[in-house]
Design a protein around this ligand. Structure first.
Ligand SMILES: O=C(O)CCC(=O)C(=O)O
Ligand SMILES: [Fe+2]
Length: 311
């Protein structure tokens, strides 16, 4: 079991390992056990150099500096995939979505919407970022599948994955405003991978009444499990509740890569037995997202429970 120093997210090294080696297998188990216990961990990645990160966040800031009516052109038929302006439960928040961000054409289409003659630098940078992070997403899933002995499903699962890159901005609160940038919630994609500029604010609920302040290390990402990943694992993996609290005086920017599976997610038969009867019926991931967009009565894991019960 991963042991963690008091109030620090576990940091796991998952890069530069050869599948099949003992180091690899032991890392796979560590990833799985940490996701079962905490639902999230931190990865320090060679790919996120200080220079690259600066370039990524400079581009994100340029994007948010555009007029609101331009940003509102970022629309999508899929819920939570386009522009989100500040709203009642997220007054400090503004967010944009780049769908299929691992395809350069799609990032360019997004940039063409935002800037009349496109923005090559933005497109190249965000596309490289999306590729780096989607590789990490793939690796995390592979490690968990392998640790559960269901690696044979990994490849076909990966072929059905699609990614949206969500760029977030949180402004500091005015004196009469709440400092809650994002209310407590669990994520509805499959694996979330987060980074931030230098401003902290993410908090993860470790126990009922205990919120852990996440301090991102340089070059780090936070890997977070979700309701869909929890359901796939028949309830073994934790979908941690998290929130954003703005204590600083500077704008906070973060980027979330959300992965979604096109089609049905079902519990592998290997994770079902007499002691572990299936807790979730097979479900269509995007239909779950549509359901959640219409019925957001529960922001936490109860949403997937309700959806699977009634579909
Ligand atoms: O900004 C962050 O660090 C977290 C964002 C988040 O939780 C989300 O977009 O679901
Ligand atoms: Fe989230």
């Amino acid at each position: 079991m991963a042991s963690i120093p008091q109030s620090k997210l576990p940091v796991i090294n998952i890069e530069n390992m050869k599948p099949g080696t003992e180091t690899w297998l032991s890392a796979c188990h560590k990833v799985r056990h940490t996701l079962e216990e905490y639902g999230c961990f931190m990865v320090v990645s060679d790919g996120l150099s200080q220079d690259f990160k600066k370039e990524v966040y400079a581009n994100v800031k340029t994007l948010f500096d555009l007029p609101t009516e331009t940003k509102m052109k970022n629309t999508s038929p899929t819920p939570f995939h386009g522009y989100l302006g500040p709203f009642r439960t997220r007054q400090l928040y503004e967010s944009m979505g780049i769908e299929h961000a691992t395809s350069l054409d799609d990032v360019e289409s997004f940039a063409n919407l935002m800037w009349p003659s496109g923005n090559d630098q933005f497109s190249k940078t965000m596309h490289s970022y999306a590729n780096l992070v989607s590789k990490l997403e793939n690796l995390v899933r592979k490690m968990v599948f392998e640790s559960y002995g269901v690696d044979k499903y990994h490849e076909s699962f990966s072929e059905s994955m699609t990614f949206v890159l969500r760029l977030n901005k949180y402004r500091p609160p005015k004196s009469n405003e709440t400092n809650l940038g994002a209310v407590p919630h669990t994520d509805k994609d499959f694996v979330t991978i987060l980074s931030q500029n230098q401003e902290n604010g993410l908090e993860v609920q470790i126990k009922d009444d205990e919120w852990m302040n996440v301090e991102f290390l340089p070059s780090s990402f936070v890997v977070m499990a979700t309701d869909a990943f929890m359901a796939w694992s028949n309830g073994r993996i934790k979908s941690p509740s998290h929130r954003v609290v703005m204590n600083g005086q500077e704008d906070r920017y973060s980027i979330a890569l959300f992965s979604f599976k096109k089609g049905i997610i079902e519990i592998p038969e290997e994770l079902v037995d007499e002691e572990h009867p299936p807790r979730f019926k097979p479900f269509d991931h995007f239909k779950f997202l549509e359901f959640y967009a219409k019925d957001s009565r529960y922001l936490d894991h109860r949403a997937i429970e309700l959806f699977c019960e009634n579909n």
